[in-house]
Design a protein around this ligand. Structure first.
Ligand code: AMP
Length: 544
């Protein structure tokens, strides 16, 4: 028997409409690239999103079209999130740190028609414009007074676009499974893969992260997302904030300790979210200046494992709850949180810290299983490890137009392979113990070992190259390049790094190069990365 409740779609347009109607005077604050702090309300944000929605029509953008952004966390980017998805188009957020080949690939693969970009990123777009075949318009996210001289063909001004329209617009209704946003992940080898979220997945994820078993977002919060809006929709925070009527504080391009601290204090921020590298910068700044974090109640740290010392510093020195989260672009992104249960609260300080340092317990909606190499599902005993697979309503079901990547990403029962190696303990807490994907995560951004290895292999004196990630206090991981020279050749470290200089992005260059007579191989001839990681586990990078 079917139930008799209304079948109303879960839509992103409804989020901003709700925020404007019931939290209309709640503030959205942004540090702008032009300089001053911009301040307005949900009511005004919705009005401008509606004006943009009308402008899209004039520019020939409609449902299903991909509209790209390359932008910092700011109020204009926030408006675009709702204006683009709200009309049924797809908001494709692009990570400006990708290198040229990846930028070329993703804009063409997504078939973006329109690109919005912050002033900072105009030079990147100018370099790439000739290679982005289908882009019809560029819109620079600034006002007329700050419009730069640019070679971008027919570049439009954001504020002119908004001002040219009225707000006479009603958010349309459509199927909640309609695509809403698109984010490419380079967290695996090969070409970046597109994760195409739906309105439904976005709203379900928002409900989940708002819950007290997760980040606990409410209308009494002032939230500063440091995690970029070009990285998995800033972990879903802009949507969850609109859903709960929380104040939003956007940091723009300034993510250093001093700038963040200033906004925390002035905007009475209660919750902030970001990767460990950002928090390390903030903690160092506090240490140097003796400043405090009064008012800040919790930080959510994810994207890489949180060092226990960071949890200790936030909680014991500054009285700020530290919430450790794990997730992936493919998971919208939040999957688990290292939050203690009621029964844990009586445990010793050390035991509690150990629980908080775990990747944690899944939110309702995320199913997890750990599978050994022989396909056996491992018990929840905190010891048996294997690859972690997940499924759920906000987890990717297929990559966007990429059958090959899709075929490799799921098991026979349709569970998604995370490429993380984990254990699950008898309380259900997941701990990541290794990674089966061959990538390095530096400051929240991926470096593909294979890309660096292939580039190094092009050096005339190099016979074989392997790259592994080594722990780094600031960046979490940095690459070490291990090289076997060709017979009779003796390449210097410097010549290898110089050779790589124009082949990979500067921040992806290895921190050190080690020359060895041979690299270990497995039975199938593959480099044994596990053996190399073991061999170099005590190696100290010169950058530490
Ligand atoms: P991304 O899709 O770029 O967000 O990266 C997702 C991947 O980052 C995961 O599969 C993990 O390998 C890693 N990751 C994310 N959060 C954590 C965490 N809390 N601890 C350890 N690794 C993490």
């Amino acid at each position: 028997m079917r139930g008799l409740m209304m079948d109303r779609p879960l839509l992103i347009g409804a989020l901003i409409q709700y925020a404007a109607e019931y939290h209309g005077d709640t503030e959205i604050v942004a540090r702008t690239i032009e300089g001053p702090i911009h301040r307005y309300t949900y009511c005004e944000a919705e009005r401008r999103a509606k004006q943009l929605a009308r402008a899209f029509k004039r520019l020939g953008i409609g449902p299903g079209d991909r509209v790209a952004t390359i932008a910092w966390n700011n109020h204009r980017h926030f408006e675009l999130y709702f204006a683009i998805s709200g009309i049924g188009a797809v908001c494709h957020t692009i990570n400006p740190r990708l290198f040229a080949d990846q930028l070329r690939y993703i804009v063409n693969h997504a078939e973006d028609k329109l690109l919005f970009l912050d002033l900072t990123f105009v030079p990147i777009a100018e370099k790439m414009a000739g290679e982005w075949a289908k882009l019809r318009h560029y819109v620079i996210m600034t006002d007329r007074a700050h419009m730069p001289q640019t070679s971008l063909p027919g570049a439009l001004c954001y504020e002119d676009l908004v001002a040219g329209e009225t707000a006479d617009f009603v958010w349309p209704e459509f199927d909640e499974n309609t695509a809403s946003s698109l984010c490419y992940t380079s967290g695996t080898t090969g070409n970046p893969k597109g994760v195409l979220y739906t309105h439904r997945s976005t709203l379900l994820h928002s409900f989940a992260i708002c819950s007290a078993n997760a980040v606990g977002i409410s209308m009494r919060d002032s939230i500063l997302p440091v995690v970029p809006m070009f990285h998995v929709n800033a972990w879903g925070v802009p949507y969850a904030a609109a859903m709960s009527g929380a104040k939003l504080v956007f940091p723009g391009p300034k993510l250093d300790g001093a700038s963040l601290h200033e906004l925390f204090m002035e905007e009475k921020v209660t919750l902030s979210l970001g990767v460990p590298t950002v928090w390390l910068g903030l903690l160092q700044y506090l240490e140097q200046t003796g400043k405090r974090l009064d008012g800040l109640k919790r930080v959510t740290v994810g994207g890489s494992a949180v060092p226990r010392s960071m949890i200790e510093a936030f909680e014991e020195k500054y009285g700020v709850q530290c919430i450790h989260g794990w997730g992936m672009t493919e998971m919208s992104p939040v999957g688990t949180l290292g939050l203690p249960k009621l029964k844990h609260l009586e445990r010793s300080r050390d035991e509690l810290l150990a629980i908080k340092a775990k990747q944690g317990l899944p939110m309702f909606g995320v199913d997890m299983k750990v599978v050994a190499a022989d396909g056996k599902v491992q018990p929840h005993d905190g010891k048996a490890s294997g690859e972690l697979l997940v499924r759920g309503p906000w987890i990717v079901g297929a990559y966007f137009n990429d059958d090959q990547a899709t075929a490799a990403a799921f098991d026979e029962a349709g569970w998604f392979r995370t490429g993380d190696v984990a254990t699950i303990d008898d309380d259900g807490y997941m701990i990541i113990v290794d990674r089966s994907k061959d990538v390095i995560k530096s400051g929240g951004e991926w470096i593909s070992s294979i890309d660096v290895e292939n580039a190094a292999m092009g050096h005339p004196d190099v016979a074989e190259a392997a790259v592994i990630g080594l722990p780094h206090p600031k960046w979490d991981e940095r690459p070490l390049l291990i090289v076997v020279p060709k017979p009779g050749r003796q390449p210097s470290k410097e010549s290898i790094v110089a050779f790589l200089g124009d082949k990979i992005a500067r921040w992806q260059l290895p921190d050190d190069v080690v020359i060895v007579p041979e690299i270990p191989h497995g039975a199938t001839g593959k480099v044994l990365k596990t053996r190399l990681r073991e061999q170099f586990k005590d190696y100290r990078l010169p950058t530490i």
